[in-house]
Design a binder for this molecule. Sequence first.
Ligand SMILES: C[S@@+](CC[C@H](N)C(=O)[O-])C[C@H]1O[C@@H](n2cnc3c(N)ncnc32)[C@H](O)[C@@H]1O
Length: 229
Amino acid sequence: MMCDSSRTEIFLPSCESVRSEQTIQLYNRCAETYEQDLAEMNYRAPNLAVDFLNANFSGSRQEVQVLDVACGSGLVAKLMVELGFRLFVGVDGSGGMLEQAARTGLYQDLRLALLGTQPLPAQPALFDVVIIVGALGVGFAPVSVVRELCHAAKPGGYVCMARGNHTGPAASRYKEDLERELKLMEEEGLWSPVGIKLSDRYMKEPPQICERDESQYISGTVYLYKTAS
Ligand SMILES: C[S@@+](CC[C@H](N)C(=O)[O-])C[C@H]1O[C@@H](n2cnc3c(N)ncnc32)[C@H](O)[C@@H]1O
């Protein structure tokens, strides 16, 4: 059965007035039905991110440490395990979602933190791969978090970020701010881009949002960076 809170609220970080504390309350309420709810929305973000990372990754998958930021119920780790990765630490602001992630049995450690308000709970320069999927958006994790992701990665490590190109002025501003910050960090010599992958089919936006009779796909972007050695 679908969660009482509408899927629109949960998945569409496009409203300026939504604060991440409210977002977390929604995720806490909907944690148990999260995977069911998003299946109905054709949420493809974890597959897009993991496939792009995997295609560009060089290293021993069994040995590398992966930090899964905003890990939710653990979908990213479930996909990465199939590709040979096996060491995961997860972070999320929702205790309910972390409970779901714990049930996968895939994470060595799970840490609760509201990103943007609390520091990313990760030792600097420890992780070979840092990945964040579906949480860089208005009312979710602020743009400032990308610097923390970069600092958590080892020199020469990968940072993979996947997000939906949601509609609305606040969402457009967020994207501009994000891309400005990514570029600035490149100019500061913190990292260099490995590639950017665009997809027409990131997830379906419900009719209330896209103002059509039927849901329609929104596009998404996966950004992949390698930190300076
Ligand atoms: C769309 S889900 C994505 C979960 C998972 N990465 C996936 O792709 O299935 C967004 C996740 O981000 C978390 N989240 C949102 N804002 C956050 C914040 N400021 N700090 C920590 N976690 C946050 C939510 O609790 C939720 O688990």
